[in-house]
Design a protein around this ligand. Structure first.
Ligand SMILES: [Zn+2]
Length: 392
């Protein structure tokens, strides 16, 4: 099933109806016009960048070499630890830099190439079918809206939005959630995908269960994954060593994937809009909503931009998910200029450390009760925009 059909089948709802956005005063049209003009002027292609093919080869080679050395060559625990760390980073790199573009249709203009590259996610133990619904539809359309965006749902252990219930244990969430991030991939590999398919829902949102070839891909991917992660290594090593290294690799992978996501959406500067009281209508237009709920970080770091597949430019990614991430740094200049023109706040942390600190402060804030007399928790805390953001 393609993304359009998935989108049509989606029923994210606050009170039963489909969520809608406010009208747009020309902001989205102007950004699209300026970005299109950029591609026409430069003659660049939005997809099929040669840089992406080189990057794909490099990441797959990195992953394959780390795995082969870990399983067939490592003889000491510290060699194993280093190689398992390297394998986790390479797998995260494939997640950021290959499957993400491909499953958005941003890797190539050829559908078959996108499908093939998108299958790297299945090879890594995920499901590209479920991802296209959970990520492309729910997360990208209703970013940071509690009833629809399952990516911000860590309940009951974590509270990421003011609209989620607060429990006493959340007072310490800025300390313990990091460990939970590490376990998310384990859950994703062996619980989440199966549970969602069995229920036909992701959180409260229905989606069409995979059938035919999509089902073959999903099950085939899990079987292949189990084969290279457990069966082959177990032919050469005791089973408990295999399990130990799998758990360690999955933990680092989960931590890296989740933290990169959190730095874009769960920081002090990101907003968490909810439908206006008694309605299914969100307060801002869609494109404005995406800019308000997303924050860029470390935009000057070329190596980080390469490694995280441009996800440090998530504002640009959310506005143009079908354009290859290699173009985001240039598109960011246009997006920032149009935001200034329309009075839409554009936020970007200068460094990873700045973004990490902001995420930590946001977790701490969400874990504490609202100040007395305040119904809006965010109003109880001063904004740190001035301290942490690059002037725009
Ligand atoms: Zn995306």
């Amino acid at each position: 099933m393609n993304e359009h059909a998935l989108r049509a089948a989606a029923r994210p709802a606050a009170s039963g109806g489909k969520l809608t956005f406010a009208g747009d005063a020309g902001f989205h049209a102007e950004i699209k016009r300026r970005v299109l003009e950029y591609f026409q002027r430069t003659g660049l292609s939005e997809r099929d960048s040669p840089r992406m093919y080189v990057k794909t080869a490099a990441l797959l080679l990195w992953c394959g070499a780390s795995y082969a050395l870990l399983v067939f060559a490592a003889t000491t625990w510290w060699q194993g630890a280093l190689l398992s760390f390297s394998l986790a980073l390479a797998m995260a790199g494939i997640g950021f830099g290959i499957q993400h573009d491909a499953n958005h249709g941003a890797y190539s203009s050829h559908r078959a190439v996108n499908r093939l590259m998108g299958l790297t996610l299945d090879l890594l133990g995920g499901s590209s079918y479920l991802w296209r619904f959970k990520h492309n539809v729910l997360h990208h359309t209703y970013t940071n809206v509690v009833s629809a965006d399952d990516d911000i749902n860590l309940s009951p252990l974590g509270r990421l939005s003011p609209a989620q219930p607060r429990y006493r244990l959340h007072r310490l969430q800025q300390f313990y959630l990091w460990a939970l991030y590490g376990f998310l991939v384990l859950k994703w590999h062996w619980v989440y995908d199966f549970k969602n398919v069995a229920r036909g829902r992701i959180a409260r949102n229905r989606f069409p269960r995979p059938r035919g070839w999509s089902l073959v891909e999903l099950i085939g991917g899990k079987v292949l994954f189990a084969g290279w992660v457990f069966v082959i290594p177990a032919l050469f090593h005791p089973w408990w060593i295999v399990l130990l290294y799998y758990a360690a690799t999955a933990f680092v992978l989960g931590l890296v994937l989740t933290v990169v996501f959190q730095l874009a959406h769960c920081v002090e500067e990101a907003e968490f809009p909810e439908p206006l009281p008694g309605t299914d209508r969100l307060p801002a237009a869609w494109a404005v909503h995406e800019v308000q709920t997303t924050v860029d970080f470390a935009r000057a770091s070329q190596w980080l931009t390469w490694y995280v597949g441009g996800l440090n430019f998530q504002i640009e990614h959310h506005l143009f998910p079908r354009i290859s991430h290699v173009h985001y740094p240039r598109i960011a200049v246009i997006v920032q200029a149009v935001c200034a023109q329309f009075g839409v706040r554009y936020a970007a942390h200068e460094s990873v450390v700045g973004a990490l600190s902001s995420h930590w402060r946001w977790l701490r804030r969400m874990g504490r009760p609202a100040a007395r007399g305040s119904t809006d928790e965010s109003a109880a805390w001063p904004s740190r925009l001035g301290d942490t953001l690059r002037p725009v």
